[in-house]
Write a protein that binds this ligand. Structure first.
Ligand code: ACO
Length: 332
């Protein structure tokens, strides 16, 4: 790619399952309450996929909406961020591409759990920067509710299902929508802080059915999330030669409203610049950033010209950030 060129965001799509599960509904089957969930997480309700709706189904819906928003079905690659693929093997992205009528193009999954969308943006941008693609469909989709033990009040209230997507095209580094710089990190030593112990190639089966569900050390994750997202946000701003005051909208992974506000406080970022849709969507893992972008476009809080800081943290551990100036793009 010639100097001065970049991957530019040119389409946005979102999709949430229609079934709304509010906190009162959860309180009827778990030892919890609407008050506890709202005050500890900021979540009022979440969307839960019906049993016959899979990650591929949701990704196809969000992908189709992003292509409509971009005004063209033409892409050279599909990068799907997910930690809940339909199968352990094969990856889900090829099925998404085929269902979108894009059979034949490059398609693969990226698994960085809740940081997946930022990693997938970097990967899609890298395909464009490396001259391997002119246009890339980047999707984040997760049906994380399926990884939650239905009896676990520590995880069930937090997670929701959904999908979001963007289309990237080759463009100029100084035009609205241009992505970058990026800041990406991982720390595998802390993999056990949020893990599904069984079902993968290391331990296919377990005598304890709970091993097939997510185990989460919530308080440790909380502390890491705040510290790492703040570090990464500072790093990406420094790389771009910007200050926190230059950020108009902070669109971070929607894990917990307290994590979002604590991170903003560490960054000395005014709360009114924090985009939050966790109240109605919950934590949708790799889908949360594009879903938050779509909601902010719909409610008018994200406008063309706003400088947007995207930051995520997830299991792995993984975390990362990027920047863009919001282009004249609306959800399809
Ligand atoms: N309802 C009622 N009480 C509850 C519930 C519940 N749903 N869950 C826990 N409690 C109780 C606990 O048992 C504990 O009781 P005790 O004091 O009698 O022992 C009390 O509430 C406090 O529990 P904590 O775990 O200290 O609560 P905390 O304020 O830390 O909130 C939470 C828990 C919401 C999980 C928080 O730690 C958190 O959000 N952590 C980050 C989780 C996260 O973001 N995960 C996703 C990461 S991204 C990814 O990669 C998927």
């Amino acid at each position: 790619m010639q100097k001065g060129h970049s991957a530019v965001l040119t389409g946005l799509g979102a999709w949430l399952p229609p079934r709304v599960v509010d906190n009162d509904a959860l309180s009827q089957r778990l030892d919890t309450s609407d008050e506890w969930i709202r005050t500890r997480t900021g979540i009022r309700e979440r969307r839960i996929a019906d049993p016959d709706t899979s990650t591929v189904d949701m990704a196809v819906q969000a992908g189709a909406n992003a292509l409509r928003s971009a005004g063209s079905d033409l892409v050279d690659a599909v990068v799907l961020a997910t930690s809940t693929p339909d199968y352990v093997c094969p990856a889900s992205a090829p099925q998404v591409a085929s269902a979108l009528g894009l059979s034949g193009i490059a398609a693969f999954d990226v698994n960085a759990v809740c940081t997946g969308f930022v990693y997938a943006l970097a990967t899609g941008g890298g395909l464009i920067a490396g001259g391997m693609a002119d246009r890339v469909l980047v999707i984040g989709a997760d049906v994380f509710s399926r990884l939650c033990d239905p009896a676990d009040r520590g995880t069930v209230p937090i997670f929701g299902d959904g999908a979001g997507a963007v289309v990237l095209r080759r463009g100029l580094a100084d035009e609205p929508g241009a992505l970058g710089p990026f800041d990406l990190h991982s720390e595998g030593d802390n993999a056990d802080l949020l893990i599904v112990p069984a079902g993968g190639a290391k331990q296919r089966e377990s005598d304890d059915p709970r091993d097939h569900y997510v185990t989460m050390h919530g308080q440790a994750i909380f502390r890491h999330a705040c510290a790492r997202m703040a570090e990464s946000a500072r790093a990406v701003l420094e790389r771009a030669g910007l200050e926190i005051d230059d950020v108009d909208r902070f669109v971070a992974h929607q894990a917990n409203i307290r994590i979002l506000l604590a991170t903003a406080k560490q960054l000395k970022l005014p709360e009114d610049r924090v985009v939050a849709n966790i109240g109605h969507a919950g934590n949708t893992s790799a889908a949360s950033i594009p879903l938050a972008l779509a909601d902010a476009c719909e409610d008018g809080s994200l406008q063309p010209g706003h400088r947007v800081l995207l930051t995520a943290f997830g299991a792995g551990l993984t975390w990362g950030s990027t920047l863009l100036t919001w282009p004249d793009v609306k959800p399809g």
